[in-house]
Design a protein around this ligand. Structure first.
Ligand SMILES: [Zn+2]
Length: 251
């Protein structure tokens, strides 16, 4: 799905607990090479390679991987990508780095939560899922982000720290296209732009507060990892979500 000049959303299929949905890593490129934002579920290296080539980019041209946060559907194929892409550099926010590097267990990959999710899976798939749980993906992060940086990709990519969904969750803004890559801070649900999912957001109060950080940007299109693109005046919708959250919190 084209997002702008030299920018595509790659569509992958996620199959969790028997429910299938699409997820959307983003690929940006310029003369310096390509940047991949988020890496799908474990085992999706081939699907990513195919989607990248279908976008007209050589897989080997991926030089950087930016992770919006530590969740399994965002870092899943990171180790395989690092293995396959010689010299690729990984970027993530400081507060999620220990989880991504395997120094701490992934926040949402605890057994109780996962066993419930995997309940309806057929035996062989359940076994595979539990294997992932016992050996979660991790990889070294080369560049630690804090929020507020402008990265030298695609004419400048701005890093916005939007904690709550995880402590180190980031969103990215690409001014040249007015594109917000929201990670899981925003979703498209039934055609409408919505805030973070309550069931998957440990610090909902902080995640709602983080919506305010997106307000100053001149957003013309949002690409949500879950739900895809939204371009019906997203800046106005983000402001409305932020104001509603503030009001509910008595701010
Ligand atoms: Zn997610």
């Amino acid at each position: 799905m084209k997002l702008g000049n030299q920018m595509e959303a790659l569509e992958l299929t996620m199959d969790l607990g028997g429910s299938r949905s699409s997820i959307y890593p983003v690929l940006l490129w310029d003369e310096q090479g390509a940047v991949l934002v988020d890496t799908g579920m474990p085992g999706q290296l081939d699907a990513i390679r195919q989607a990248v080539e279908a976008a007209g980019v050589r897989f080997a041209d991926i030089r950087h991987i930016i992770l919006t946060h530590q969740d399994i559907d965002h870092i899943g194929s990171l180790p395989e990508l690092v293995e396959a892409l010689d010299g690729v550099e990984v970027w993530a926010h400081n507060d999620d780095v220990p989880y991504i590097q395997g120094e701490r267990p992934l926040m949402k990959m605890n057994r109780d939560r996962m066993e419930k999710l995997f309940e309806q899976l057929p035996e062989d798939r359940k076994e595979m899922a539990m294997r992932i749980l016992d050996h979660p993906p991790h990889a070294h992060v080369d560049h630690i982000l804090h929020g507020g940086e402008t990265l030298p990709f695609h004419g400048g990519v701005q890093v916005i720290h939007t904690p709550g969904h995880t402590p180190g969750h980031i969103s990215l803004f690409v001014p040249s296209e007015g594109l917000l890559i929201s990670g899981d801070e925003l979703r498209v649900v039934d055609g409408e732009l919505e805030g973070p999912a309550e069931g998957a957001t440990p610090d909902m109060a902080q995640a709602l507060k983080s919506l305010g950080k997106l307000v100053p940007f001149d957003v013309r299109t949002v690409i949500c990892y879950h739900g895809g693109t939204f371009d019906r005046n997203p800046a106005q919708r983000i402001l409305a979500l932020h104001e509603a959250a503030d009001q509910a919190a008595g701010r």
